[in-house]
Design a protein around this ligand. Structure first.
Ligand code: MN
Length: 236
């Protein structure tokens, strides 16, 4: 493992612990990163609660979500989410899949998740909803094969977030810190948007240009929350 790779995998372990600490992942959900040395591979923990993930739990997969080097440890059932998004989106370096509670109503409702503040400018293009039923009929709602994952990636298209009806969401980013930030703030935005809706008045969301501007600015200062979040989860 190169030094860069070592640091990358460390960041992935931090991402697991941070997302657990902030309630975006619990016993379920996962976060992955593309292998920076081999973009046709990605890293994801073995089937384990994210809060418990350590460096030696990380498995390397190809983009068909087959473990490389004959690693036979138990995988996450929904690893295809990650492989199929990396296949479709060369710009994506990290993927979070979560069932965090405030987001679920927006995945089930005709009310769209929209950016209520500058911290969620990445939602400006909309968060398209993947309904597994529309293509695959009655399932257990889980993304358990490449075909399910490819359809989710198709619905996500160029967006930063896609909601999953009756299930959760995915958030993607150009690096691990951005994907983590987007997952945390998707949850916060959903909670705040619901509060705004409950006020009962007219809501003015960020317009598309405001959202793009805010997203670019926030990504430029990502080092600040990332250092804080790492410190909050302590040493690995
Ligand atoms: Mn899931």
């Amino acid at each position: 493992m190169s030094n860069d790779l070592q640091f990358g995998v460390e960041d992935l372990v931090f991402a697991n612990r941070i997302l657990a600490k902030y309630g975006v992942l619990d016993g379920f959900g996962h976060v992955s990163m593309r292998n920076p040395d081999r973009p046709e591979h990605y890293f994801l923990s073995r089937s384990l609660a994210p809060e418990l993930v350590a460096q030696n739990d990380i498995i390397e997969y190809d983009l068909d979500s087959v473990a490389v080097n004959g690693d036979s440890r138990r995988p996450y059932l929904e690893r295809f989410i990650h492989g199929e998004i990396y296949k479709k989106r060369p710009d994506v370096q990290a993927v979070v899949h979560s069932h965090s509670p405030s987001v679920i109503p927006f995945a089930a409702s005709s009310v769209r998740l929209r950016p209520i503040y500058h911290m969620a400018g990445f939602l400006t293009g909309g968060a398209p909803v993947f309904d597994i039923k529309s293509k695959f009929g009655c399932t257990d709602l889980l993304v358990t094969c490449a075909e399910h994952g490819a359809e989710l990636a198709k619905i996500l298209d160029g967006s930063s977030v896609s909601l999953m009806r009756g299930h959760g969401f995915v958030a993607v980013g150009g690096d691990v810190s951005v994907a983590v930030y987007r997952a945390i703030y998707t949850e916060l935005n959903a909670s705040l948007q619901e509060k705004a809706i409950n006020l009962g008045g007219e809501i003015i969301y960020l317009d598309e240009q405001e959202g793009q501007n805010a997203d670019a600015t926030i990504r430029g200062v990502m080092h600040r929350p990332w250092e804080l979040w790492k410190q909050k989860v302590g040493t690995l």
